[in-house]
Design a protein around this ligand. Structure first.
Ligand code: ZN
Ligand code: ZN
Length: 201
């Protein structure tokens, strides 16, 4: 069985022992995709076609726009504008307004970077489950980690089947780590709130 993705970045981010190593992995993967769409991807036909078809969500448009290559962003957005011309055709009846609104909102959230990122993150979730089974060192790192944000905890649960034949043990470890750190966050929050309560002055 081969891993879905290189394990180097997973080890690096788990060793940093922050609040959610998967948020850090996702951030890094996202930076790489944004970099590609500001550089080489502009020149590739496949990529131009994908951009025209899906466009960029608000978040990733902002990330591209705050980069240095404005011409690259302009060229890609222009291809997208050609593809969504229909969305600005006259709305001829009240009955069509709702349908058009739904189409526009759907197009607005479509995003070529989100798609690539989701596919890439799926490989990380599966690889983490496999590493739990195969690498003793990783098991220890996971067990002593600070858990995950709720989104990434949910994704790890969803792809826990990749820990076969140790899915049950994997789920037990994930749940224990998450619960322990959830309780710690609650204790910390309570201590912070109490310290601002005048009755405790
Ligand atoms: Zn996270
Ligand atoms: Zn996006």
């Amino acid at each position: 069985m081969r891993y879905h993705i290189d394990t180097g970045l997973i080890y690096e981010k788990f060793r940093e022992n922050g609040e959610c190593p998967l948020c850090e992995i996702e951030k890094k993967a996202q930076e790489q995709f944004v970099h590609e769409f500001l550089n080489d991807a502009v020149m590739e036909d496949d990529s131009r076609i994908s951009v025209a078809k899906h466009g960029f969500c608000e978040k990733h448009f902002d990330a591209l726009f705050s980069g240095k290559n404005k011409l690259s962003v302009a060229l890609q957005v222009l291809s997208r504008c050609d593809a969504i011309e229909d969305l600005v055709a006259p709305v001829k009846s009240a009955g069509k307004a709702k349908a058009r609104a739904a189409e526009i909102l759907k197009a607005k959230d479509d995003c070529v970077i989100c798609d690539l990122l989701n596919k890439s993150m799926e490989k990380y979730y599966k690889t983490i489950a496999q590493m739990f089974v195969k690498e003793r060192e990783f098991f220890k790192l996971l067990y002593s980690s600070k858990g995950f944000c709720m989104k990434h905890y949910a994704e790890l649960l969803r792809y826990s089947g990749s820990a076969f034949p140790m899915q049950k043990e994997y789920l037990k470890t994930l749940s224990e780590v998450q619960k322990k750190n959830f309780d710690k966050i609650k204790t910390d929050l309570k201590a912070f709130c109490d310290s601002h309560d005048y009755r405790n002055a």
